[in-house]
Design a protein around this ligand. Structure first.
Ligand code: AMP
Ligand code: ZN
Length: 118
């Protein structure tokens, strides 16, 4: 996926404020944060969206889910955090390389309707 921004960030070709990286995943601060802490966690391998993940990605996805709490704690989100995965155009996805938003550091709505519209 040579034209994928997140592949280029994962490859180190485009700079980002990286907070964690290993052979499988990378996490970096969102360029347009919606809260005091807002970072993205994504696989280095290109997967268009969650809807494009397959059984071969099961361990990778599990690793990413478990990493959210470790990275959130390291970013000071001891009181909790929100994870969002936008999937497809209808799900509000704008960058088509699967990523988890990890958001926190301010009170977040408990009302799902407040994050379910534009
Ligand atoms: P989504 O709408 O779920 O596809 O989210 C894409 C996210 O990527 C948005 O929150 C953008 O602010 C973020 N983003 C776009 N370009 C960059 C970049 N160069 N570095 C960090 N985050 C970015
Ligand atoms: Zn990609």
């Amino acid at each position: 996926m040579s034209d994928c921004l997140f592949c280029k960030i994962a490859a180190g070709e485009i700079p980002a404020k990286v907070i964690f990286e290993d052979e499988d995943v990378i996490a970096f601060h969102d360029i347009h944060p919606v809260a005091p802490v807002h970072f993205l966690l994504l696989p280095k391998v290109h997967i268009d969206s969650l809807a494009h993940a397959t059984a071969q990605h099961q361990a990778l996805l599990g690793k990413m889910m478990l990493l959210t709490s470790k990275l959130a704690a390291e970013q000071g989100l001891s009181d909790g955090y929100r994870t969002i995965i936008n999937t497809g155009h209808g799900g509000g996805q704008t960058f088509f390389h699967l990523h988890i938003h990890i958001i926190g550091g301010k009170p977040l709505s408990t009302n799902i309707s407040e994050i379910s519209t534009q």
